[in-house]
Design a protein around this ligand. Structure first.
Ligand code: ZN
Length: 204
């Protein structure tokens, strides 16, 4: 997920990480981002079944790519890998930082009020649209070494968890839009260099 309008927050968080421990992604490779219209973004990802060094490298590459793009969350299919893995480094509405990764996540709780807020995505660069999300989300999954993990999110971080879970199901935030918001985003996509030829929003 893209950080919205305040890009400086990413730098602040990186500095915090430098003071408190190793920076995730420091051994990773920055990989090219897939963009809206790439079939890998519109197809459900596969469960991870091998928990070896390759999975560790994928998580590192996801962090490296997310930080390079100044994002707050990134799913594996956004770097062209069709596996159920995402990473995040995202504040909630109380500005508490949430940093981690989840393998084979399942959205097990989704409740609270629905909030429409500006949402962007590194796979639709430069664009955002008001998107409805629940205010509370819980994810269960495992880590890269297969340890069970539960992630609770509220506010902006709950939005991030829903956004990244959607990616693994082959959906993007734009798929949630309807009416004039959907038409306006489709128009804006059609004016970008990367979105001219996609069929999104034109019945495709
Ligand atoms: Zn995204």
């Amino acid at each position: 997920m893209a950080p919205g309008c305040d890009g400086r927050r990413c730098e602040d968080r990186t500095l915090t990480a430098m003071r408190h421990g190793p920076i995730p992604g420091v051994h990773g490779r920055v990989r090219p981002l897939t963009l809206l219209g790439d079939p890998v973004l519109h197809t459900p990802c596969r469960e991870v079944t091998e928990f070896g060094p390759e999975l560790g490298r994928l998580v590192e590459d996801l962090f490296a790519t997310m930080y390079a793009a100044r994002g707050v969350g990134l799913a594996a299919n956004q770097i062209g890998v069709p596996l159920r893995v995402f990473v995040y480094d995202c504040p909630d509405d109380e500005d508490e930082r949430h940093l981690g990764h989840v393998v084979n996540p399942r959205l097990v709780e989704l409740d609270g009020v629905t909030v429409r807020g500006p949402e962007g995505c590194l796979s639709l660069p430069g664009l955002e649209a008001g998107t409805e999300r629940h205010d509370h989300a819980v994810i269960e999954g495992v880590t890269k070494t297969g340890e069970p993990v539960t992630v609770h999110g509220t506010g902006w971080f709950a939005r991030c968890l829903q956004h990244e879970s959607d990616h693994l199901e082959g959906r993007v935030y734009a798929d949630h839009l309807s009416g004039w918001r959907r038409r306006r985003l489709a128009r804006r996509i059609s004016r970008t260099s990367w979105g001219r030829d996609t069929s999104w929003g034109r019945g495709g």
